[in-house]
Design a protein around this ligand. Structure first.
Ligand code: C5P
Length: 222
């Protein structure tokens, strides 16, 4: 499984959740396992690309022949991406980045004295949108997890974030999406929708990498 379009190309991916600290022992995160992002990183490396994986906290083993950078918060992930993005040909945002973070993180563990507590949150940077808006933006691929009207919402995101492709994840059922080995995806570009049926995340990752390579090559030929 190699792709001539990807031989020697540099691909950066984000994967996993982010962790937004409240204090040294507590934080806000989500159920992303990182499986889809890691499977894509592995498939891209197998296809002959030079891969950089920027990963939030996960329990997964790093794929072979992939340069990886571990991060914790969305801001850390944003910095790690921006430091290295200039050399990249393709950027794939798979991470489930927290939309908000606590405005401050306490230096010491917060004690449970008060009956109520309020955490004020501020918006995190949108890593994918920032990459897609760069003057010399790489080919940009996003992921969108939706429970309903999957294709419509994803297409809105493709346009708003100025992406080349978006992979829309059907997370409505319990058999696909977060934390499970299978996934079903619709891959959407400005002019088509390709439905990839339920299959293992590894099989899906290979298929997606082939499609991404193909679209990347077509865009460069224009
Ligand atoms: O807007 P939404 O979070 O649904 O968009 C999902 C896509 O945007 C994913 O590709 C995700 O990795 C990326 N994203 C990001 N930074 C954020 C939020 C989302 O890179 N702060």
């Amino acid at each position: 499984f190699t792709s001539t379009a990807l031989t020697g190309r540099r691909i950066m991916l984000t994967a996993g959740p982010t962790w937004e600290a409240i204090d040294p022992v507590r934080g806000i995160t989500n159920h992303s396992s990182g499986m889809m992002g890691y499977a894509l990183a592995q498939a891209a490396a197998e296809a002959g690309a030079q891969v950089t994986l920027i990963s939030g906290p996960t329990s997964l083993t790093k794929p072979e022949r992939v340069t990886s950078v571990d991060v914790v918060s969305a801001c850390d992930m944003h910095n790690a991406v921006m430091e290295r993005i200039a050399e990249q040909d393709i950027f794939i945002g798979v991470a489930a980045v927290a939309d908000y973070r606590p405005v401050d993180s306490a230096d010491q563990k917060i004690k449970k004295n008060a009956d109520e507590m309020t955490i004020t949150m501020v918006k995190n940077p949108d890593i994918l949108a920032d990459v897609a808006n760069l003057e010399h933006a790489p080919f940009c691929v996003g992921f969108a997890a939706e429970t309903h009207d999957v294709v419509d919402y994803a297409r809105g995101k493709l346009e708003r974030k100025k992406l080349d492709l978006i992979a829309a994840n059907h997370v409505g059922g319990s058999e696909t999406g977060f934390g499970v080995p299978d996934n079903a995806i619709s891959l959407i570009s400005r002019d088509r929708v390709l439905d990839l049926p339920k299959q293992s995340k590894h099989a899906l990752a290979r298929r997606l990498i082939i499609e991404i390579a193909d679209s990347y090559q077509k865009k460069n030929e224009k």
